[in-house]
Design a protein around this ligand. Structure first.
Ligand code: HEM
Ligand code: NAG
Ligand code: NAG
Length: 354
């Protein structure tokens, strides 16, 4: 029952790939299923070279994913708060960048705008395309689906559609439910925070990552959020910030609480030491996110333009100097997986600077 929508979306993902059986050779030699997708290859190359610094899983790739969420979640099944994945955050940035939850999004809007203006993509398509390409630069990430053909946005989204790190679990889950996501789906989307850092939560320590490996799409985020130490209410001086026992790392209060709440703890733990489950669930939910407010029957599947990510690096582990006793296992149904710690003394994590 809980996994019902996951299964439905998996079926959608499978149908989308089954359609990719035709083969067309583009003028530049690339092979795709639909000739309408050929024009994306030069855009892909431009983004990889000039936005993502040579296909790096760095700050711009991370921010391309974050803006894709902030744009798409401007959507509700129950009220008119925006057109979902329509690119309104780029076109109506004067309005949306003033929302508190969009703090720091101004950097990626500034970085993406010249590319958006130069290429013939709608704003909604541009944002979702850039996110799929940026994520593909992170080893271990899924090859996200990309569907082409979103119409231009009609208006800015309303304020208060994007969850904040100081929100409680009840209001976070309510916001996701209002946009069509069950708790298990919200947790799947939070795999994004494995390739993430904060500039604005605590402006005194910009680029502070949410796990020890912000350049790899691995499950360390789901492990390190569960470590004991620097407890809620946070030792961090800023709203929504909970310090980590790992030096140089930050935990969002929201992630800290979702990891431990009885409504989400088992879904959280399911991602620990299961990089394949984590990757596949994230792919399914990102497809759903990218289609919010959109009519799928009018879109063209151009997923085969997205690069295939490298395999995950490393295996799930505890940070050096810690043990299983430091894990605040919070799922009452399942035993926490047996993990071993990296050898040696505790190390610190470097900020994400580019
Ligand atoms: C409970 C829901 C969520 C909350 C409260 C939340 C909050 C935040 C906050 C406060 C930051 C740091 C911003 C800064 O200070 O610079 C952040 C970063 C980020 N978030 Fe989330 N987020 C949530 C869900 C998501 C989802 C669903 C996605 C994508 C699917 C996402 C993707 C990211 C990424 C990639 C970053 C890093 C951006 C960068 O390093 O430039 N987040 N998030
Ligand atoms: C831009 O895209 C639209 C629709 O996707 C297409 O009809 C139009 O011909 C394109 N324009 C250019 C200059 O490529
Ligand atoms: C959660 O936050 C909402 C909005 O701030 C508030 O109305 C509600 O009372 C809070 N719930 C709990 C359980 O703290």
């Amino acid at each position: 029952m809980l996994f019902k929508s996951f299964v439905a979306l998996s079926a959608l993902a499978t149908t989308a790939s089954a359609a990719l059986t035709r083969r067309v050779t583009c003028p530049d030699g690339n092979i795709v299923s639909n000739q309408k997708c050929c024009f994306l290859f030069p855009i892909l190359e431009d983004l990889q070279t000039n936005l993502f610094e040579g296909a790096v899983c760095g700050e711009d790739a991370h921010s391309a994913l974050r803006i894709a969420f902030h744009d798409a979640i401007g959507f509700s099944l129950n009220k008119n708060v925006g057109g979902g994945a329509d690119g309104s955050i780029l076109v109506f940035s004067d309005t949306e960048l003033a929302f508190h939850a969009n703090g720091g999004i101004d950097d990626i809007v500034a970085a993406q705008t010249p590319f958006f203006q130069k290429h013939n993509l709608s704003a909604g398509d541009f944002i979702q395309f850039a996110a799929a390409v940026g994520v593909a630069n992170c080893p271990g990430a899924p090859r996200l689906k990309f569907l082409l053909g979103r119409p231009p946005p009609k208006a800015a989204a309303a304020d208060l559609t994007v969850p904040e790190p100081f929100d409680n679990v009840t209001s976070i889950l309510a916001r996701f439910k209002d946009a069509g996501f069950a708790p298990v789906e919200a947790v799947a989307l939070l795999a994004s925070h494995t390739i993430a850092a904060a500039d604005e939560v605590d402006p005194t320590i910009p680029g502070t990552p949410f796990d020890s490996t912000p350049g790899i799409f691995d499950s360390q985020f789901f492990i390190e959020t569960l470590l004991v130490g620097s407890q809620f209410p946070g030792t961090g001086p800023h709203q929504g910030e909970v310090a980590s026992p790992i030096l140089g790392e930050m935990r969002l209060q929201s992630d800290f609480l979702l990891a431990r709440d009885s409504r989400t703890a088992c879904f959280w733990q399911a991602n620990v030491n299961s990089p394949t489950f984590m990757r596949d669930a994230f792919e399914v939910e990102m497809l759903k996110l990218s289609l919010l407010g959109q009519d799928i029957s009018t879109l063209t599947d151009c997923s085969d333009v997205i690069p295939v990510p490298a395999p995950v690096q490393g295996t799930a582990h505890l940070p050096a100097g810690s043990s299983l006793n430091d894990v605040q296992a919070s799922c009452s149904l399942l035993k926490f997986p047996t993990l071993t710690a990296d050898p040696g003394a505790a190390t610190s994590v470097a900020p994400v600077t580019s």
